[in-house]
Design a protein around this ligand. Structure first.
Ligand code: ANZ
Ligand code: ZN
Length: 825
């Protein structure tokens, strides 16, 4: 008898799969289409456990759906542009392309060794010209439609390294490499007009029932739809200062106004007055500060007086205008009415500059005393100090106040979004070149479609991050203007790598297509993605950008659906010793060594069994060991009985009719039902637990040492069921055992078992069986079971048989769910 040697069987099975192109997806395949997608990895060098987990979950679903007759697309590829490649180039002198391709080769080998059922013929790497050329095409189409534009915008900049820094390269306000304080620098950059879709992206969140509530809320918060009102406060010269507020109910509590330092009035208002100097100094100072820092709750509220006033349009009160660091130009109108009694930021500002506080919303029956308040009261309540609105509840008053403002033409209802347009310019080398040319005479000129692709030159050296070597390479940037043919300059920035991951799922549908950006027919056959699986860290940006991009491509008639991902599963993290498994924490378990020690099936099984997919997975060596032992147990279950099973035709019916057979049959059918339901709901861990229970049941049955043919047939049926149910989880061992039982391995991947309702016992009860009033045995049966069936079972019990044999049954009395009494003579 062979012992369980995972390496031998796993490599053998993988070779067979590859030779038979078993997981190749075609649009002409039978069955309903099913597109299963896992977030593609960044080729950082090696697969980590988080990947193993993500891809194991996906592989179960892909295999399961195939077994249920779906035509499954399950692709894999590489998010291959990005900064780590440049860092490696600087640190180790290896070219980003070389580094990336070597990593891809290694990681592809790792994924293959784990036995994931990908259609490798559709593999894509986003750093390939064949991929990004069509992204450039899309950029140009978006340029035509006015969905991409250029504007000046601040970036993080390190004056010492003279480079632009990504947000993640700024650590506590300092450069990650030299520690110098990072400043904000204005750069002209390209933007995608995602805000044009803000409302649709927001409203569609309610039309995605297959997404986790949590992710939808994160998307909604990010888009930040806010209903409010713009109110005009007349300045002394009569021109209006317009602010945006969500709380017009606090208008009577306004004691000052605050402008963003970037607001055009900030420098204009104090011009030529004694305040000019101080204002200018303040504006200069805040300019270099990071936006998110400025709006943090903990950040000190700072500001300066402009010397000017407005009047409150409701009360006529004279209100001073300040400039403050916590007001941003990007939101609303870049100016606010400050209500220190009811807004904490305004409260802190008022305390800092000795400005008055007027309370207008009272909490419950209490009254607020501005003299003793220690914080703003931001809740709801009855209005006070508010003229005609006194005594009203503030929430009820809001619509009336807005109606009044609109009637008097001093305000209008507006909706504001927190979402900003997507800045895609990166001053980096390892990315897709932006297909634009600047000409002194003709201005900004898109590269003509027929001149695509703009190929990223590979024969150069990367020396610093944040400074694209493209800008130092005349062969690249010196070009002829496509319009006037005079010398011009090519854009040397590259695109944000989030652009590549915003449409890769469409490319998979037609990976080999090169006649245009996408093969519409094939894309529309596969789209939308039926199930997307990935980490929750992408809950906002990647998913939002993809939803945006898919809409744009829908309008370009390249894809028929508006939403790309029908169902989303966000898997939890892999934790070890209480911390996220990561290189920096030094608690990494290397998948390679796992596979080496136990094999791919054990690695997969552990990742699937240790916790439900959405929850964090706590690493446990013991747990891994346990999974390995379980597989050995399954291996023995079958291999130790191969001779015995030869020539036996399997059945799932309790033909022998005795209790053991009946019980085993019930267990088999119940397990099939439960595992099916569990996988459908992604309860993969409990699905495995149920298969383990079935294995225990089969071992128990074997202990009975039944020799009759009918029992053997049932035993074989049970074994085959175990194997088939295990196949999506641990395909190598399952397929090998299947083959050893003499079955055709090509059928295992197509044969999800069905169950017979007849054998499903939802709720079980213990029934006492008597013969002539004397207790002889007990049996566990389904509650409210059919009386005739219950009598059959009772009579089939061994201990009962003994007392009935050779006698005549006069009658059988049944007390439902309790007792069967067989009266014999
Ligand atoms: C007066 C007020 C009183 C406010 C009060 C709040 C509470 P959301 O809900 O996020 O949309 N605001 C408006 N524009 C701003 C800007 N450019 N920078 C910083 N803050 C700004 O927030 C809307 C509220 O944020 C607005 O309502 C305004 O303060 C502030 F008891 O107006 B509120
Ligand atoms: Zn020109």
């Amino acid at each position: 008898m062979r012992s369980y040697e995972p390496h031998i069987i796993e490599e053998k099975r993988q070779e067979i799969w590859e030779q038979n192109r078993l997981y190749r997806a075609t649009e002409s395949g039978g069955g309903e289409k099913y597109y299963l997608l896992e977030m593609f990895p960044y080729p950082s060098g090696r697969i980590h456990m988080g990947h193993v987990r993500n891809y194991s979950i996906g592989d179960v679903i892909a295999r399961y759906k195939r077994m249920r007759g779906f035509n499954v697309l399950h692709p894999m590829g590489w998010d291959a542009f990005g900064m780590p490649a440049e860092n490696a180039a600087i640190e180790r002198g290896v070219h980003p392309a070389t580094w990336t391709h070597e990593n891809i080769a290694y990681m592809r080998k790792q994924l293959k060794r784990l036995g994931f059922s990908y259609d490798w013929e559709r593999e894509i790497a986003t750093c390939d010209v064949a991929y990004y050329r069509w992204e450039q095409w899309m950029f140009l189409k978006m340029f035509e439609k006015g969905l991409v534009y250029r504007k000046s915008s601040p970036v993080n900049y390190c004056p010492k390294c003279q480079t632009v820094l990504a947000n993640e390269q700024v650590e506590g306000g300092a450069c990650w490499r030299c520690g110098e304080e990072v400043v904000q620098k204005e750069l002209t950059q390209w933007f995608f007009a995602i805000t044009k879709y803000a409302d649709e992206l927001y409203e569609y969140c309610d039309k995605l029932p297959g997404w986790p509530e949590r992710v939808l809320n994160m998307q909604k918060n990010w888009i930040g739809k806010s209903y409010g009102v713009e109110v005009d406060f007349p300045m002394e010269d009569g021109t209006p200062l317009t602010i945006f507020t969500t709380r017009p109910d606090t208008l009577y509590g306004v004691t000052f106004m605050v402008l963003s330092p970037e607001h055009p009035l900030s420098t204009r208002l104090p011009a030529g007055t004694e305040h000019e100097q101080a204002v200018r100094a303040f504006v200069e100072k805040t300019k270099t500060q990071d936006k998110s820092f400025r709006t943090e709750i903990a950040t000190q509220k700072e500001g300066v007086f402009t010397g000017k006033y407005v009047s409150n349009p409701l009360t006529g009160a004279r209100v001073p205008i300040y400039i403050g660091n916590f007001v941003l130009m990007e939101y609303g109108t870049g100016a606010i009415m400050a209500v220190p009694a009811h807004d904490q930021r305004d409260f802190e500002f008022a305390k800092e500059y000795g400005l008055p506080v007027i309370a207008t919303i009272m909490p419950g029956d209490d009254t607020l005393d501005p003299a003793t308040m220690e914080a703003a009261y931001e809740g709801d309540g009855k209005m006070a100090n508010s003229g005609p609105f006194n005594g009203k509840h503030n929430r009820e008053a809001i619509p009336h106040i807005i109606d009044y403002l609109e009637e008097k033409k001093i305000g209008r209802r507006t909706v504001n979004y927190r979402l900003r347009d997507w800045g895609i310019s990166r001053q980096r080398y390892w990315g897709a070149p932006i297909p634009i040319i600047y000409c002194d005479d003709c201005g900004t000129v898109p590269v003509p479609f027929e001149d695509l692709p703009v190929v990223l030159p590979l024969d150069l050296k990367v020396t610093a991050v944040g400074k694209s070597p493209l800008a130092e390479r005349p062969e690249f940037y010196k070009v002829e203007c496509p319009i006037c043919k005079k010398p011009a300059r090519r854009e040397t920035d590259t695109m944000d790598t989030f652009v590549e991951s915003s449409w890769y799922f469409l490319k998979y549908a037609c990976a080999d297509y090169d006649q245009g950006p996408l093969d519409r027919a094939r894309v529309n056959y596969w789209m939308p993605v039926d199930q997307y699986i990935g980490g929750v860290e992408h809950a906002v940006l990647h998913l939002l950008y993809s939803r945006f991009f898919n809409r744009v491509l829908n309008e370009l008639d390249l894809v028929a659906v508006r939403e790309p991902f029908e169902n989303l599963l966000t898997q939890g993290m892999v934790i070890k010793d209480g911390a996220k498994m990561s290189k920096s924490k030094g608690n990494v378990v290397d998948p390679d060594s796992m596979v080496k020690k136990y094999g791919a099936d054990t690695a997969r099984l552990f990742c699937l069994f240790a916790s439900p997919p959405e929850k964090d997975l706590d690493w446990s060596d013991k747990g891994v060991e346990g999974c390995f032992r379980f597989l050995q147990r399954v291996w023995r279950l079958v291999t130790e009985r191969l001779d015995d099973m030869e020539g036996t035709v399997s059945t799932l019916e309790p033909l022998a009719g005795d209790t053991d057979c009946v019980q085993l049959a019930y267990l088999i059918h119940k397990t099939v039902k439960k595992v099916t339901e569990d996988i459908d709901r992604f309860h993969l861990n409990t699905a495995i637990a149920r298969i383990m229970e079935l294995v225990n049941g089969v071992y128990k049955f074997i202990e009975k040492e039944k020799k009759d043919e009918d029992s053997k047939r049932l035993l074989r049926g049970a074994m085959e069921t175990v194997i088939v149910l295990l196949f999506p989880f641990v395909p190598h061992i399952a397929e090998e055992l299947w083959e050893m039982l003499g079955l055709d391995t090509l059928t295992i991947g197509e044969s999800w078992p069905s169950y017979n309702e007849k054998y499903i016992m939802e709720e079980r009860v213990l029934v006492v069986v008597q013969v002539n009033g004397k207790l002889r045995d007990r049996c566990e049966v389904e509650r409210d079971m059919d009386q005739e069936q219950l009598k059959d079972i009772a009579r089939s019990l061994d201990k009962v048989k003994k007392h009935v044999e050779g006698k005549t049954i006069v009658k059988t009395i049944v007390v439902p769910n309790k007792l069967v009494n067989i009266v014999v003579r």
